[in-house]
Structure formats: structure tokens, C-alpha cells
Design a protein around this ligand. Structure first.
Ligand code: CP3
Length: 342
């Protein structure tokens, strides 16, 4: 079975031999070939230039040919940019948006019409990748969830805990709902076009799900993820990653997605028990292992696989993005562990 078939079989929980493997943020500063390209062009230019985005997407697959899937090199912040609020990486690290959305007039000022069209460079990169990967490897697209995108827009950049966005939940829920509706429309259209351009599956990142508790999570995040999913074909190959929300796996599973992305704070077996229905899980090695010794990471990867107990619905991955300090030999040791396990 080739990588692409294995990946799609795991998503549908059909038998496929070993767990397919991809690593969240395959691209990035831990790879010398990425740093070399980045020395010549800035991040946003790389994202916006299809040939460069294709090159960065393929770099990890050249180095680690055993990876089963390529994830498009891009960023969740292309949606805010297409709506008229650009982003950049601060020299000292972290993300800055061009401006923060504060008032009702700020939300009214977003360039809603044609937003998904302005992301033509993403569809072009996906089409080029599909051609270059052929039918051998799975190709993944992605988008941020409406809530997570709202966090960056309202805060005006990255943050430890998004205090302004959390304050708006209480102070102006109507305005926040209006913004989330706009984002859900843009994300739905964007994902539809990614599938059309050749993505086999897409991942929705709700990276800041943990900023919302209890009923607020349903009202301000899950509700808009459901709105996005309603605009995609029933059973579309979607992986939903909601960081910090494994204890609410049943609510996440109730969206109907075939696969949940899982962070490293709860074993896969626990998430499976809570989910309440059979589904595919993607995860969930603690990314911290990638900066340590290969042997320890190898052992930890085997534990993840053992905990999955042979369920066909497993795509091996890290529980979050790979860091710049990750070691290449440790990455390889993790891959070796997954490939040796049956
Ligand atoms: O996995 C991949 O290689 C695909 C590409 C990808 C990137 N960003 C490229 C990237 C994906 C899937 C993302 C998603 C993304 N971007 C998320 C959701 C996933 C998550 O991490 O929770 C979020 C929240 C972002 C926003 C973002 N972009 C952050 C928080 C950062 C790190 C900022 C920092 O200062 O470290 C980025 C940068 C980023 N996105 C890099 C890459 C390869 C590192 C860029 C660099 O430093 O050269």
C-alpha cells in the first residue's frame, strides 16, 4: 500500500498495516535547508510565492522519505491577510498583525468580498504539489479555526493568553459573533478551494481552544467550526485539532469529523474512551522529545503506538508543532519507531 492510500485508509479507520506518519510543522527552523532559503526571503514572501512554498513543503520529504504525507507550507494567518489585516514575524520572535480589531467599525472594514480569491497562491502551490507528489504521498491543506483566527485579529498578534479576546467574550459578544461569522465564511470557502486544488485532507487548527472554558467553547468556537463543516461535503476528510480540549473529546467528536488531532496531555486511549464513537486519532508525541536523545524519543513513540493498541484509526504525529531546537537524528529515530511497529 502506498503512503497516500495508507493515510486515507487510516482516516476512514480501515486496515492499512502500520500507522501513517506525518509531523506537524515538518517545515521550519530545525532544518538547515529551510534556514538557507529563509536567509534569502522572509517568511511571508515564502508563503506567497508558490514555487518557494512548494520547495519548502518538499524539503522534509526529501530528507525523510518515509513520511506518508506532505503538509502545505503556509500559515493560518493568510486568512486575516486576505481580509485586509497583514501579518509579519517580529525580529524578536512571535507574530504581529498590522493592526488589532477593536471596534465595530474595524470589523465592518474587513475586505470580505473576494477574500478566498486572494489566496490564489495557496491553490497554485497545492496544484503544483499534487503534480509533483503524484498519487504516492498524501497532501494536506489546513486553516485556522474562526476562534483562533479571531484571537490573532483582536489581540493584534500572538499572545500568551489572549486577554483582549477573552474580554470581548464578556464585553461585546455580539461583535465577536459577527467577526466569527465572517471568518467562518472565509474559512469554508478557502477549504473548499483547497480540496478542489488537490488536497487529500485538511486540518482545522483550533490552537487557542484552551482560552475558552465550558459553554463558551461551544458558543464561540465549536459553533463556528460546525458552520465551516456544514459547507463541506458530508464526511469530508477533515482533522480537527483543538489544543487543550481532549477532556471535551465527545463535544469535538459530535462535529462529525472523521479524525481528531490530539495534543500530548492525554493518552490516545483516554481520548478514544471519551470520544464516544469510533474515529481516527492523529497524534500525539510530546514535541519536547524532539529536542532530546534519539533513544528516549524512539521509546516514547513506541509508547504512543502501544497505547493506540492496534486501532486502525491512527495517524502518528506530534502533539503540537516541531520547535527550532528539534534534532534531525531524533526526528529520524521517531520515524524509525513508527515504521518498525506493525
Ligand atoms: O506543518 C507544517 O510544516 C505546515 C506549515 C504550517 C506553518 N504554520 C508554517 C510555519 C502550519 C500547519 C502552521 C499552522 C499555524 N500557524 C498554527 C496552527 C498550529 C499551531 O502551531 O498551533 C498557528 C497558531 C500558526 C501561527 C504561527 N506561525 C505561529 C504561532 C508561529 C511560530 C512563531 C514563532 O515565533 O515561533 C508561526 C511560524 C511558522 N509557521 C513557522 C513555520 C514553518 C516557523 C517560521 C520560522 O520561524 O521560520
Amino acid at each position: 500500500m502506498n503512503s497516500r492510500d495508507r493515510f486515507l485508509a487510516a482516516l476512514r479507520r480501515q486496515p492499512h498495516g502500520r500507522a501513517p506518519v506525518w509531523i506537524m510543522r515538518q517545515a521550519g527552523r530545525y532544518l538547515p535547508e529551510y534556514r538557507a532559503l529563509k536567509a534569502k526571503s522572509d517568511f511571508v514572501t515564502m508563503v506567497r510565492t508558490p514555487d518557494l512554498a512548494v520547495e519548502v513543503t518538499l524539503q522534509p520529504l526529501r530528507r525523510f522519505p518515509q513520511l506518508d504525507a506532505a503538509i502545505l507550507f503556509s500559515d493560518i494567518l493568510v486568512i486575516p491577510e486576505a481580509l485586509g489585516v497583514g501579518y509579519r514575524f517580529r525580529d524578536e520572535g512571535g507574530i504581529a498583525m498590522e493592526r488589532a480589531l477593536v471596534t465595530s467599525a474595524d470589523v465592518d472594514g474587513l475586505s470580505v468580498a473576494g477574500a478566498a480569491d486572494r489566496l490564489h497562491y495557496v491553490y497554485q502551490a497545492l496544484a503544483l504539489l499534487r503534480r509533483s507528489l503524484g498519487q504516492e504521498k498524501a497532501l494536506l491543506g489546513f486553516a485556522g479555526s474562526p476562534w483562533t483566527l479571531a484571537c490573532y485579529l483582536i489581540e493584534g498578534g500572538g499572545s500568551e493568553d489572549f486577554p483582549r479576546t477573552k474580554a470581548m467574550v464578556k464585553s461585546d459578544p455580539k461583535l465577536l459573533h459577527r467577526l466569527l461569522g465572517i471568518l467562518a465564511d472565509a474559512v469554508a470557502e478557502y477549504l473548499t478551494r483547497q480540496f478542489a486544488a488537490g488536497a487529500d485532507a485538511i486540518q482545522i487548527f483550533d490552537s487557542w481552544a484552551g482560552a475558552l472554558q465550558g459553554a463558551d467553547y461551544e458558543e464561540f468556537s465549536l459553533r463556528y467550526i460546525r458552520a465551516v463543516l456544514e459547507r463541506l461535503p458530508v464526511g469530508a476528510p477533515v482533522i480537527l485539532y483543538a489544543k487543550g480540549k481532549s477532556p471535551q473529546a465527545a463535544a469535538l467528536a459530535s462535529t462529525g469529523v472523521p479524525c481528531l488531532g490530539v495534543d500530548w496531555t492525554m493518552p490516545l486511549s483516554g481520548v478514544r474512551r471519551l470520544a464516544g464513537r469510533p474515529l481516527c486519532l492523529q497524534g500525539n508525541l510530546d514535541p519536547e522529545f524532539m529536542v532530546g536523545e534519539p533513544a528516549a524519543a524512539h521509546a516514547a513513540a513506541m509508547e504512543v503506538i502501544a497505547d493506540n493498541a492496534g486501532d486502525p484509526g491512527h495517524i502518528f504525529n506530534l502533539g503540537h508543532g516541531i520547535t527550532p531546537q528539534a534534532r534531525i537524528e531524533t526526528f529520524q529515530a521517531v520515524l524509525d519507531a513508527v515504521i518498525a511497529a506493525v
